[in-house]
Design a protein around this ligand. Sequence first.
Ligand code: AMP
Ligand code: MG
Length: 520
Amino acid sequence: MKLNLKNTFSKELPADTNTENSRRQVTAACFSFVNPKKTAKPELLHVVPSMAHALGISEEETQSKGFLEIFSGNAILPSSKPYAMCYGGHQFGNWAGQLGDGRAINLGEIEHLGQRWALQLKGAGETPYSRSADGLAVLRSSIREYLCSEAMHYLGVPTTRALSLILTGDKVLRDVLYNGNAAYEKGAVVTRLAPSFIRFGNFEIFSSRNDIATLKKLTDYTIKYFYPHLGEPSKKVYVSFFKEVAEKSLEMVLNWQRVGFVHGVMNTDNMSILGLTIDYGPYGWLEGYDLGWTPNTTDSQHKRYRYGNQPQVVQWNLYQLANALYPLIEEAEGLEQILHDFSTNYDCKEQKMLASKLGLFTTKQEDAKLLHTLQELLQIIEVDMTIFYRDLAAFKVDNPLDGLQVVQNAFYAINELTLDVKEKWNIWFKDYAERIKQENLSAKERIEKMNKINPKYVLRNYMVQVAIDAADKGNYSVVNELFNVILNPYNEQPKYTKWYAKRPEWARNKVGCSMLSCSS
Ligand code: AMP
Ligand code: MG
């Protein structure tokens, strides 16, 4: 395997001078050199062919011993000098100090086909940033990250990618519910890819320590490689840099809202400086539409990271990034303006996005009311978000009173619809029909457009759990099948319609389906 490995991050930025793999506070450095842990008996479970291709790895090579050794961490490419990044972060609203790559090890960056991909092994053992944990990952959480990052990509959501899913052959001890019932699980390593894994927290750590020199080096590096069009660093350029990060982060969260993705742990250490969805932990997908829903049991009390709050949290996180960059700019006004504009821009784009999900592509004054009423109706009795929007494409403008029937499969208990609520729905459908008539689109065109915005297949929580339960028993067929389903989420895919279904009742309160923890 010949890979065009570059080490710009580790060559151009200051390294930790200590090369021991001991847990510690690392200062005045962006990373620490550390080698992955050797694994007992690695076994390749899945590979993403398109990403192998993007790196210049042939299909044959992905099946080779060399591939398995490198991407399980057992062997190190001659040109690679693996390292873990130093970053901090705000967790659940509070400054948490140094965090860092506790279980991610970077191999370097590959430049291929005009693209740059940083390679990271997740779950490859301890680093100086592992704090009290083991640096490992279990098969369960690795399947979740592997499948979901790819699912998001094909849904058109900016995200990190995956290359391979490898069983390590080692056992890992985890207490899933944090209730004293720890058990051994299968260990795994996911190789993940992104142009860069730099997070908001990488900047925050230096400004929190008043280490402005290193903060400047990291910021200049980030601009040089990932925002090169901004030009030579200056105070003005730093403000423009922040503006672009804000815009990218806005697009990211707007897409989450569109497809019903709930990240679950939007701490600033989990916010990519490139506006990519990163760190798939206790995430989940809305089934019943509910602005107040979060999959993360650790957040069940305050629900800080609930679906409906995600845009505000992105803005809050951007505030933290602005604070971190401030020492380079020393002028608050430009940053404040960008933060202020975030809300207005978001509201405007959200309205357009929500309207487009209804097949409305022009803007009318009455739209705000139509959208707001729908949001309320969707939350009175449980309605499956994905099925509702997808089936809505079949709505016939001339028969608004058939509306409820068109979307009936989206209701979890349609017989619980009271006459009063039914009437509200009927009124909404009548208004909706009138509104569609004002669009200059044939029914066929509207359906085609809506079906490109409203996915038919999302990676429902229970689907991954079915794949995990089978994989724990050594059967990877569901992982394979789901991987195929997610490649074309907007297509009908008749052979996979069993996955176009509401959450089964058994999954309603099951661990891994509706209740997830950070234990991974
Ligand atoms: P997360 O909640 O996954 O974003 O992780 C927060 C911090 O904990 C990051 O610094 C992670 O690298 C670290 N971390 C999470 N799980 C582990 C683990 N099993 N071993 C070491 N560090 C971990
Ligand atoms: Mg993280």
